[in-house]
Design a protein around this ligand. Structure first.
Ligand code: GDP
Ligand code: MG
Length: 598
């Protein structure tokens, strides 16, 4: 198939607007999968993704389509990850395309992620095909959504496709629109090689498997290649396409989207966004836009059972191979023992990694509350960075603490503007702008400290707006804030893993709230346990966990042995996530308590 008949595209949408379902319909219609092979949501490969309904790993599928004009076309459908934490990866995967389907739910209309993704597509100069999905829903209002799209994109209503991934309406219109409107890839097969790496995955047998989009030139098996960013060189061992199974080829040329292996032992040697060129005849310049992603959120991860420490290290090593934005280093906590301080792109990234460690490696974890990175200027003039609250120096030796701020964009129906502003204000937000998108919907922007976003902002937003608000954020920089470290004492011992950083104006209130919360979360022990919140030497709040009255076993005093064993087992189950901290047994929830304060 000639280059003129190649179409590279992607589907972008707000979460739940039906991207995966539409992708399945397209795969089905182009017969990429037989009915038997057809698993729902084929592109969301990992179980975890499927359960959470999110897409983390990028994927590209090659499809053949016989168009109405009688010609055969070669499509590459490139899947993008769907969450703010993965914005950079979305941008790279879009750079592999020439056009996008912008999918909008017919009942929900345009939402924050619709816009965020649209801007990324516009940054990459892509052709945009607007699709209103779920028109089968009783609550669908395609006229209103068409109007929104007309205003946003400057298109006419004939250009907006009405579809339903569920019932199959509009799928043919979409396929024809891809043929008609998405431009064929440009570039010369004979020019020096430029291949964009838009995903990178580690396989224990073959090394790194890079997903690539060929922008210039041709790549062949056996060829010597160079990564333009890292300047590392390798010899190509295999190249191929996914159709949708991996299918080896001798060469890939301009317009092709597929995979490449070259005995690369480390994902950091083939970074997403880097350009692959030929070592013999290198291109003079890489493709635009390589950017290294830095973690924004940190937390401590400790095994519940100290003997799992090495397993945990191995789990992190394995996960890092597939995820170069995951960072970790050994950490020792007086309270929790040996573990790791880990850095993540955002909260979702953090949750996913924790869940994978527990699920795929079978290690029970205690995780500490997430923290951002603080810049701390000391009185002696030195500036240090602190990503672990327990490492915050004493107030006397600190002259200024700066924290990261984000620009938060929140989209809500009119009725909730008041509630949203209240939440933002309570989270130390500074109002920036408010824009009416139409008669009913408003876009509100605030600058808010990232640490406040980390502390249950999203949950509050969702509950106060009955789930209607959608939200996105971008880092804007570091600002000075009046912050102090709050220590927590259990039974008169400071528990380092419970320390947190708080704005001085909220310190008293938060100290009180957390002392009360811990009193409820930590089960009664054999003795009375005082809980105290302190700033420096000053106790700002206290509560008491009363001593336990009854032993579990006393209930079956004299009872039969099997009942006794059952009770003990039950108790053990309940203890799974408990950790002895000094003389006190503390459950996992206690380390997260600070996240659930108002
Ligand atoms: P994604 O998050 O954008 O990938 O969305 P999914 O494809 O996972 O779909 C989200 C939900 O919407 C799922 O429960 C789908 O079954 C449902 N859904 C998707 N497309 C349609 C549609 O055209 N009509 C209706 N009624 N539901 C749909
Ligand atoms: Mg999906």
């Amino acid at each position: 198939i000639k280059q003129d008949n190649v179409r590279n595209f992607s589907i972008i949408a707000h979460i739940d607007h039906g991207k995966s379902t539409l992708a399945d319909r397209i795969l089905e219609r182009t017969k990429a999968l037989t009915q038997r092979e057809m698993k729902e949501q084929f592109l969301d490969a990992m179980d975890l993704e499927r359960e959470r309904g999110i897409t983390i790993k990028l994927n590209a599928v090659q499809l053949r389509y016989g168009a109405a004009n009688g010609e055969d076309y070669l499509f590459h459908l490139i899947d993008t990850p769907g969450h703010v934490d993965f914005t950079y990866e979305v941008s790279r995967s879009l750079a592999a395309c020439d056009g996008v389907l912008l999918v909008v739910d017919a009942a929900q209309g345009i939402e924050a992620q619709t816009l965020a993704n649209l801007y990324l597509a516009l940054d990459n100069d892509l052709e945009i095909i607007p699709v209103i999905n779920k028109i089968d829903l009783p609550a669908a209002d395609p006229e209103r959504v068409t109007k929104e799209l007309e205003d946003l994109l400057g298109v006419t209503k004939d250009e907006v496709i009405h579809a339903s991934g569920k019932s199959g309406i509009g799928i043919d219109d979409i396929l024809e629109a891809i043929v008609e409107r998405v431009p064929a890839p440009e570039g010369e097969p004979e020019d020096p090689l430029k291949a964009l790496i838009f995903d990178s995955l580690y396989d224990p047998y073959r090394g790194v498997i890079a997903s690539i989009s060929i922008k210039e030139g041709t790549v062949r098996v056996g060829q010597r290649i160079r990564m333009m960013q890292t300047e590392k060189e390798f010899e190509v061992t295999e190249i191929g396409v996914f159709n949708p199974k991996p299918t080896p080829k001798d060469s890939l040329t301009v317009g092709d989207v597929g995979y490449l292996t070259a005995s690369i032992k480390n994902v950091s040697d083939s970074r997403v966004g880097d350009t692959i060129t030929s070592a013999e005849r290198p291109a003079s310049e890489p493709l635009p836009g390589y950017k290294k992603m830095n973690p924004m959120v940190f937390c401590g991860i400790f095994p519940v059972d100290a003997s799992n420490y090495n397993d945990l290290r191995e789990a992190l090593e394995r996960l890092e191979l597939n995820d170069s934005s995951l960072q970790y280093e050994a950490e020792t906590s007086q309270a929790l023992g040996f573990g790791f301080r880990c850095g993540f792109l955002g909260l979702l990234h953090m949750e996913i990694i924790q869940e994978r460690i527990e699920r795929e490696f079978g290690i029970d974890l205690i995780t500490t509350a997430p923290s951002v990175i603080y810049e701390v200027e000391l009185t002696d003039g030195e500036t240090i960075t602190v990503d672990n609250p327990s490492m915050m120096p004493d107030t006397q030796s600190v002259s200024e603490v700066r924290e990261p701020f984000v620009k938060a964009t929140i989209m809500v129906p009119n009725d909730y503007v008041g509630s949203v502003m209240e939440i933002c204000q309570a989270k130390r937000g500074a109002f920036q702008d408010m824009q009416y998108l139409d008669d009913n919907r408003v876009n509100i922007t605030y600058e808010i400290p990232l640490s406040e976003i980390v502390y249950d902002f999203f949950d509050q937003l969702k509950s106060q707006t009955k789930g209607y608000a959608s939200f996105d954020y971008d880092l804007v920089g570091y600002r000075a804030s009046n912050l102090v470290k709050m220590d927590i004492l259990l039974n008169n011992d400071t528990i380092d893993a419970l320390s947190f950083i708080v704005h001085r104006d909220f310190a008293y209130e938060r100290g009180k709230a957390i002392a009360n919360k811990l009193k409820d979360l930590i089960p009664r022990q054999q003795f009375e346990v005082p809980v105290q919140a302190a700033i420096g030497n000053k106790i700002v709040a206290r509560s008491t966990i009363k001593a336990m009255r009854k032993n579990v076993l006393s209930k079956c005093y004299g009872g039969d042995i099997s009942r006794k064993r059952k009770l003990l087992e039950k108790q053990k189950e309940g203890k799974k996530r408990m950790k002895m901290v000094g003389s006190v047994e503390v459950p996992q929830e206690a380390f997260m308590a600070v996240l659930e304060m108002d």
